[in-house]
Write a protein that binds this ligand. Structure first.
Ligand code: HH2
Length: 281
């Protein structure tokens, strides 16, 4: 079993799933845009998620929903920095910064974040360089294209092979750049340049990603794939979010990225008592 080690501390990968709670300091995130744009509200929400059982808090200032336009650096900084600064002084829960910009990641680390959640999957050479120069944890996610165009016509010959190969190549590049692989968690990027069928295929093939020897993070919370399965609008996908994230852990996810931490924690606890996680090992 592969541990995810962040600044010397194992935070996931021991077979027991962990919860990453989502804090979107954005006006336009697909499910909670505008709710946490005020840094005070974002920080209070993050602390509430930590109390509910989040073991990582993921702070983002740029929506990556399909069709989203890029946000200028200054604006993204203005959104996330006050949240990170307040939060770092108020909790010992590791904080991750959800960004594709190395400049934002670097400022976030200086403000107290300890993980870079790079949905760009280290494809920006500046991000690879920063990752090599710092000792933060890294989430390497697969995304086909950019949020602005990724859902235009996603196509793969074999999605699970291609995502696997992308992540394998990226781990190789990270290794060559001198990044200790124990710092890295990998993510198939559900909804990022994938059709409904691609997403389902990726989830069913999660065990294949595990053979890369790194912990796996999965983000399904409130996403379109769930809307399609249960035919419900974004605000009415709690049961589908919890059930799908629980299913992802049973399929091998080490970390689930969710908005609804309290409900997720209850689901994981019940599973832990009735079934246990040893079946994964
Ligand atoms: N999904 C979203 C954002 N960041 N990071 C990782 N590692 N994996 C994911 O699946 C993932 C992610 C999209 O969700 P959300 O943050 O709720 O929405 P938005 O991008 O609109 O802010």
């Amino acid at each position: 079993m592969a541990s995810w080690i962040v600044r010397g501390v194992p935070i996931a990968g021991d077979g027991v799933p962990r919860i990453m709670g989502i804090v979107n300091a954005t006006p336009d995130s697909f499910s909670d845009g505008g709710r946490y744009l005020d840094p005070e509200l974002a920080c209070a929400h993050a602390l509430a998620l930590a109390r509910q059982g989040a073991e990582i808090i993921d702070v983002g200032g740029e929506s990556s929903r399909p069709g989203a336009a890029p946000v200028a650096m200054e604006e993204e900084l203005r959104r996330v920095l006050p949240v990170l600064e307040q939060l770092a002084g108020s909790t010992s829960v590791p904080i991750s910064i959800d960004t594709t910009k190395p400049e934002i990641a670097s400022r976030a680390l200086a403000a107290g974040a300890s993980i870079i959640n790079d949905i760009g999957g280290l494809r920006d050479p500046g991000m690879l360089r920063l990752a090599a120069e710092c000792d933060a944890g890294i989430v390497v996610m697969h995304m086909a294209g950019t949020p602005a165009t990724m859902q235009d016509n996603p196509s793969y010959e074999d999605v699970s092979r291609e995502v696997y190969e992308y992540l394998a190549r990226t781990l190789d590049a990270a290794d060559r750049a001198g990044i200790a692989l124990e710092r890295i968690c990998i993510d198939p990027g559900i909804g990022f340049g994938k059709t409904y069928e691609h997403n389902v295929a990726l989830l069913r093939a999660l065990s294949r990603l595990k053979t890369l020897g790194r912990p796996v993070l999965v983000g399904l919370s409130r996403k379109r794939i769930l809307g399609k399965i249960v035919e419900r609008e974004i605000g009415d996908r709690l049961t589908a979010s919890v059930t799908s994230s629980l299913a992802a852990t049973v399929l091998g996810a080490d970390v689930v990225r969710v908005h609804d931490v309290a409900a997720m924690r209850d689901a994981l606890r019940v599973w832990q008592v009735l079934v246990g996680w040893n079946s994964q090992s």
